[in-house]
Design a protein around this ligand. Structure first.
Ligand code: ZN
Length: 216
């Protein structure tokens, strides 16, 4: 019984009626799998967040999706929409974390601090936007600070399709981005580093303020 349950959790594809192979992906769904999903899978998926789960090599999307408009529709906190590519890439990075560092270090019960756990997938999934010309990390830090000031709890509206996420998704992404792109640390080094979240956040704000001064 337990073995069967574990098998279903780790290999949920057994439960789905419809399957489609697309390049290196296998898509399983209760609904008929449309080839539109291929567009999303093709579309800069690896170059470039949670209504979904990652388990071993599987990503499970638990909400309605529209591959044509590249959107997923979370309902957990309220109805909203998120970029399906970001969502898939985010969950795939969780698969990668578990594969590289081991399921014993990356699982729902044991994992690094939330900003390190969620910040990295958020950073990687948005990579193409983050490296675009009109993107500014300092403006994004300022946007986060103003959202945080307005928030009454950890849930903040990130501005992407009206979805609210716990603050460590956005904050974590900014901190990972700062550590990797400005301080040139690797994710390995970030995971091993014992400097507190608060200390790094303050340091990042100082960096942002000094950069702004130079710009003006
Ligand atoms: Zn996540």
């Amino acid at each position: 019984m337990i073995a069967a349950l574990v098998a279903i959790i780790l290999f949920p594809q057994l439960l789905f009626a419809n399957k489609m192979k697309y390049k290196k992906f296998k898509v399983c769904s209760n609904d008929t799998v449309s080839y539109d999903i291929g567009i999303v899978l093709d579309n800069d998926l690896l170059g470039i967040g949670p209504a979904a789960r990652a388990r071993l090599h599987n990503v499970i999307i638990k909400v309605r999706i529209d591959p044509k408009s590249n959107l997923a529709f979370p309902t957990f906190r309220k109805e909203c929409e998120i970029n399906l590519t970001y969502l898939l890439a985010h969950e795939m990075i969780h698969c990668l974390q578990a594969k590289k560092y081991g399921i014993m270090k990356f699982n729902p019960f044991r994992h690094p601090e939330f900003w390190k756990l969620e910040g990295y997938p958020e950073y990687i999934s948005r990579k193409s936007w983050l490296s675009s010309k009109d993107y500014s990390l300092t403006s994004e830090i300022e946007r986060y600070v103003s959202l945080e000031n307005k928030a009454t709890d950890i849930w903040i509206l990130t501005g992407e399709g009206g979805c609210e996420f716990p603050d460590y998704y956005f904050k974590g992404r900014l901190m990972i981005e700062y550590l990797m792109d400005i301080k040139h640390l690797s994710y390995d080094q970030i995971l091993k580093d014992s400097v507190s979240e608060n200390t790094i956040f303050k340091e990042m704000i100082k960096w942002k303020d000094s950069t702004k001064k130079i710009e003006h």
